[in-house]
Design a protein around this ligand. Sequence first.
Ligand code: DAH
Length: 415
Amino acid sequence: MVTLASEPANYSVVGAQHGCAPSRHDFLCLCGVIYPSTMPIDNPTDRTLAELGITNNSEISALFATVREQFDHQLAAKTGSEPEYLALHHAWLGRKSGILSAITDNWLKSAPPALKPVVGQSLNELKRHVEGRMESFRVAAEKSAAEFAATREKIDLSLPGVSRPIGTHHLIRQVFQEIEDIFFSIGFSVVEGPEIETPYYNFEALNIPEHHPVRDDMDTFYLELPKGAPGPLLLRTHTSPVQIHTMEKRQPPVRVIVPGKVYRRDNPDATHSFMFHQIEGLAVDSDITFCDFTGTIDYFVKQFFGEGVKTRFRPSYFPFTEPSVEFDASCIFCGGSGTAKTGGTCSKCKGAGWIELFGAGMVDPAVYGFVNYDPKKVSGFAFGIGIDRLAMLKYGIDDIQVFFQNDVRFLRQFP
Ligand code: DAH
């Protein structure tokens, strides 16, 4: 504690020991005790020299020496961090409330002319001293912050790396890819379409008018729309609407496949899911024949299941193809014999030797009417492959639900 000689009783300049960041108001705190302003203890920098009873040069020098000493003590108590620097800077050099501003206001400006030179000189010295030390403090604080950051960011190349497991494509995505590659190789390209459709694209333009019984097989999710919204919308029940979108946009020749998700109100079981996957195919040109059609499908089935597989087609019915067929492949489990390797009836084809694959047909001329193609000039074929079913057949999976459960024990089997 340093007591000012000229002031007998009521204040003393202290504070160095406790290292608090001082302000004009806690200049006189005693080891951390901050006196409320109502207490009789004053801050000398808040008073004029006359009020402090200072009358000669040597008292002024002593007063400044005490202030400087206090600054040095406060500085010495700091550890050198940036927040400490800022607090100390604010306390001493702050424009409005800094101690040096207070000294200028209260000691210098009102000093009697005889004392002014020495007060001015002492203040300048004190200022140089404080600024010089604060600058060194700032440089040291910056340096230690940079060093700290550098140590924290240092990379130890001898440490083992963090291995990040790489995922794989889902089996459905892999099967999509296999099928797309086969069709790419014979000149088809991929297009995609919306999963939310209007009844026009999902049904009417595919030659399925409003009360057609085929709609019963495609029990549908309709969207709840806000009042006044135009027309009903539904989740597409098949990828066939993209045939219409494609023909609306392109002129023949058209050779596209359309992979995507489709939705039906089916109750989930081992072969049904309310969401599943299809690839639609469409080829339209000026001279496409039934032979082109069956040849293309036969090529695809052999590429996908193996050269040894035989194909056949049976008459079927779809409103948007005429004639329509159902393609079958010879049973890939019993080789088409109908007899399991163990001797009994093959459980997969139930002894038939054939497995139903997917529906297809020659595009019905009525469909061309919806897209402004001239049915006299163009012909083509279409097919709709159920991807989940094909994947189940090819990879021996007997429950469609495993595709959607995301169980890694299943997924890891198809890396
Ligand atoms: N869209 C039909 C369905 O989901 C499948 C289909 C059958 C698509 C015959 C076709 C086709 O393009 O020609 O049941």
